[in-house]
Ligand binder design. Sequence first.
Ligand code: GAP
Length: 561
Amino acid sequence: MPTKLDMARFAKFCKDMGFIFQSSEIYGGINGFWDYGPLGVELKRNIKEAWWQDMVRNPPPGPDGQEIRMVGLDCSIIMNRNVWVASGHAAGFSDPMVDCKLCRRRFRADKLYVGTRLANPSAQIEAVHSVEADDRAQAKELLDAFFTKLYKKRERSDHPLSASANQYVHTITEYHSHGFTALIPCPISECKGELTEPRAFNLMFESHAGPIKSEDNLVWLRPETAQGIFANYKNVLDSSRLKLPFGIAQVGKAFRNEINPRNFTFRSREFEQMEIEFFCHPDESMKWYEYWRDLRKKWYSTLGVKSEKLVPREQGKEELAHYSIGTTDIEYLFPFSDEPQELEGVAHRGDFDLSAHAKHSGKDLSYFDEEGWNNLLQSRLTPFKDDKNRTPDEIKLREEQKKQLEKDEKPKFSFVPHVIEPSAGADRFTLAVLCEAYTEEMVKDAKGKEEPRIVMKFHPRLAPIKAAIFPLVNKDGMDEEAQRLYRELKASFNVVYDQSGAIGRRYRRQDEAGTPFCITVDGDTMKDGTVTIRDRDTLKQERIPKAEVRARIEAMLRPGA
Ligand code: GAP
């Protein structure tokens, strides 16, 4: 795969294959919304199921080798408005935005870059241009191209092509903070408008619960699944009798009215998250933060993402969200960008959320460490000389000791847990898996002639179809035998049956769908009960007994295989 993938061509391939369609395409689509086709829906389900299996049902042991306690939740998308007041989303879940005063288009100020050409050292601005870009390097490229053209026109050669991106490329927010006052032109080349200063824009979608569209009935579609977990923390604790440390996981839709949805499904307005809130004692929180950061990066590699394209990046202090003590973004080098982009954030949220919900709801969300308290009592109370014949003096002494300990020590066993949050995007990872799997290569056909093929090299656990079953020809009972095998496997795996066209064409179709195995029933099957099994990546064909096919498929689907 070339490092830079032509995203328009790639999106067309995804559409043609039935991975991803533009939402409501027959009406011209709707920006920031996507649908998953027959292959895409299987791929995304496999991703969510792999996450649930590996993180919720069977997570690896914790830092000290202890078993991890993890349970799941499925919360409503619309919740009491106060949830979002407590979490800070109602007041602060916003991006800095700028509007074009002429064409009325709206842009994110941190994704809009301004290039300035200074006329003299006193920094008087001679030319200003703005572009939309994902990062500074891309912005510099676009701005360099603009200034080169402009100065060629003016027959001058002194534009700052050699200046580093940091010297003359600024985001709009930086531009304003430097005190530059020149008006910024709209980045749309055919528009001659100018931009406003940045203003906050709330990203939550609004609706109204009930028949009356009033302020009282205003509700928001959740912009993250996390808050449903915090709001249910006490319910889970009370109903499951879990003890710290433990995690609560949720997979579900989230909605953000992103100003600039872009890069295919990368930034959408409706997407799915796979989130864990891991509750632990404050003294152990750093240990758990490191555990989840390392585990989550490793998880992507075990599902076939090349480790050199996965970059964990510790956020700088200035980037951290208001609640976060530390955050590591696990970034992936998507083929549409020169810089890695966020796949998942692993955040140390401290006690921010539980404390905020306790304050706003008036409910006590602290945790009492009963086991720790009982251990302390055991170790501090004077033991009875003879447990069966306790003396009144001994009982009195112990009561006094207990009272004193309750006053001095017991409060230390009540605390608000700290939270580590690995928050992943199911759609972002699906896009990463699609990009990673997409391979164009030359292979030899049956006659040894080289020909190009597109093959989706999915990890078998994620592959939408696990195996395709073909009869070599539709006669001599081969088709009935192949159908029998197909029906037997279909009860356990997503398999397909294909009897149409030349066998080479059938292989190519399955390569494009990313099917790991093609199983062919031929003349020998009818004689000795063996079939051929073809490996998608190596193209090698092996003859194995029909009865072994199931075990082959099961083996490749085992986690860690
Ligand atoms: N609860 C924390 C939280 O929501 P976030 O970094 O805003 O943190 C977590 O989102 C993950 O959700 C991101 O790493 C990304 O994978 C996914 N995500 C966020 N916004 C998205 C969008 N507009 N489109 C697709 N995925 C998105």
